[in-house]
Design a protein around this ligand. Structure first.
Ligand code: UDP
Length: 326
């Protein structure tokens, strides 16, 4: 079993992956500055609070620890905010990662799993999207992730560093059995907003019903967060076995419209979703669905939860846990 450093392990996908790796028998330490994540998401005694731009603090964690690999989640992820304040996205996501990579080099850690995103593709010409589709991000968030992928390719080329970048589609669901789930502040994601609408009775807005899709609403590829966690575990296995660097899409390959997500939420909860139709949200492509066949073939990964209703049901369990009166 390996010794793994997880950055951003107090956040949504990082905390689920941390639990998954611990269950696999790995030794895991988390670093997180808690600017977005929550200490309560990290198992007792495993959290070091630090910002990745602080090289000395990183040295203190890495010195003598002999980590086998780093799994890097720590990043800002709000697309709209990245458009309003691009500088902080490049500072945090690119400069923060460079600081981490430099510290890894100082301490001889050469294997890296990176949280990338479908946003590197921008508005794709067609779906499902293969990894070879043009990389044309349409916001600073996507650009910051693509810049890191480019840096990683050069590190591989120049210094024998090995990485896997996973380009996530729409992560959702929760592992309520561990008391963890999606908790963004402010929340902008569809499924938590639908569940909040059920709980509070205040309607969620569907962003546009005039897209060129069968029901007019946007189609996305929703993937359960524990299936994403297992993709990270597979990426680690690959790297620890001496596998080559690469980038992979991580989705189920199945697209659901916003109205289909609302229907699945009604079926999963047995409650009605109050909703209203609103205007399109700027920058939303009509359809984003992953071609994840490369991840399946190369890393032997397979999503276990492909039913949208099951994904939403797990998120609802967590929503009820957080708001005991729901
Ligand atoms: N969406 C919506 N209402 C909301 C939030 C999201 O209709 O209040 C739609 C959004 O336009 C997109 C889909 O739900 O088509 C998923 O959006 P989310 O923000 O969850 O993830 P994204 O696809 O932006 O990564």
């Amino acid at each position: 079993m390996a010794k793994i450093l997880v950055t951003g392990g107090a956040g949504y996908i990082g905390s689920h992956t941390t639990r998954f790796l611990l269950n696999r028998g790995h030794e895991v330490l988390v670093v997180d500055d808690l600017s977005k994540g929550y200490a309560h998401n990290v198992p007792e005694g495993r959290l070091h609070k630090l910002n990745l731009l602080d090289g000395e603090a990183l040295d203190a964690v890495l010195a003598g620890a002999r980590f086998d690999a780093v799994v890097h989640f720590a990043a800002f992820i709000a697309v709209g905010e990245s458009v309003r304040e691009p500088e902080i996205y490049f500072q945090n996501n690119v400069a923060g990662t460079l600081s981490l990579l430099a510290a890894m080099r100082r301490h001889g850690v050469r294997k890296f799993v990176f949280s990338s995103t479908a946003a590197v593709y921008g508005n794709p010409e067609s779906t499902p999207i293969p990894e070879t589709a043009p990389h044309r991000p349409v916001n600073p968030y996507g650009e910051s992730k693509l810049m890191v992928e480019r840096i990683l390719r050069w590190l591989d080329e120049c210094s024998g560093f090995r990485y896997v970048a996973l380009r996530y589609f729409n992560a959702c669901g929760a592992a309520a059995e561990y008391g963890i789930g999606e908790e963004h502040e402010p929340e902008t994601h569809l499924i938590p907003l639908i569940l909040r609408a059920i709980r509070t009775g205040s309607p969620v807005t569907v962003f546009g019903n005039d897209y060129p899709t069968p029901d007019g609403t946007c189609i996305r590829d929703y993937i359960h967060v524990l299936d994403l966690a297992s993709a990270h575990a597979a990426a680690l296995d690959h790297l620890l076995a001496g596998g080559a660097s690469d980038s992979f899409n991580a989705g189920t390959g199945i697209g659901y419209s916003v109205l289909e997500v609302i229907k699945a939420a009604e079926a999963a909860t047995g409650r009605q979703v109050p909703f209203q139709i609103g205007r399109r949200r700027e920058g939303d492509p009509a359809e984003l669905v992953a071609d994840s066949s490369k991840l399946m073939k190369t890393l032997g990964w397979e999503p276990k939860i492909t039913s949208l209703q099951e994904m939403v049901a797990s998120a609802w369990q967590f929503e009820k846990l957080r708001h005991a009166s729901a």
